[in-house]
Design a protein. Structure first.
Length: 163
């Protein structure tokens, strides 16, 4: 899910640093259904959806029987005045797919044990994350604008001061 400027670098990062088997740039794939078929020829067991719209539709078509979809976000549908419908809904029936949304707020009580788990896994090198650090409050506006054009690599963070 990356822009053309950083595309190949980010694909390399996803595959070689973060351990994904495959990655592609959605902006370079004119046919998302064909792209998913190419990257996942056996089909998809579990799809974590942050995108919605056309990507979710392509995923529905490429799910395996008894596949599961966890719906976290729908970033492609930010403009709520122009919602995009789903055309491959029938796959839920024919493939007996389960789809369910969730909200992090429902699980706030688990935050302390989540932190414990994540910190110990991070220390053991089992969890890797990437931050895009901008220095100084004066860089905040440009960093914020950059998020909307895919300029950041990893979570955009503004360092206001060194402790
Ligand atoms: N369920 C919950 O409790 C929960 C909690 C937090 C967030 N969310 C949701 O989760 C989603 C992701 O949040 P985030 O903080 O990770 O957002 P983020 O940091 O802004 O990242 C959004 C990512 O989506 C990509 N993207 C944008 N449009 C796309 C499209 N049409 N197709 C494919 N990829 C696209 C962007 O890539 P480019 O920049 O290269 O376009 C970027 O990598 C949001 O929809 C947010 O509302 C849900």
């Amino acid at each position: 899910m990356f822009n053309n400027l950083n595309g190949s670098y980010q694909i390399d990062l996803l595959k070689n640093k973060l351990g994904f088997d495959e990655a592609f740039n959605y902006k370079e794939e004119p046919d998302l259904k064909a792209a998913l078929k190419r990257y996942f020829p056996q089909g998809i067991d579990i799809y974590f959806d942050n995108v919605g719209g056309e990507m979710l539709d392509a995923a529905l078509l490429n799910m395996r029987i008894h596949g599961r979809i966890a719906v976290c976000g729908a970033v492609s549908q930010k403009d709520v005045s122009k919602p995009r419908g789903l055309y491959n809904w029938l796959n839920l029936i024919t493939k007996r797919i389960r789809i369910e949304g969730f909200l992090q707020n429902d699980y706030l009580h688990l935050y302390p044990s989540f932190m414990e788990h994540v910190i110990s896994n991070y220390k053991e090198g089992k969890i890797v994350y990437v931050e895009d650090m901008s220095e100084g409050l004066e860089s905040a506006a440009a960093a914020l604008v950059g998020i909307f054009s895919g300029k950041n690599v990893g979570k955009q963070v503004i360092r206001v001061a060194h402790e």
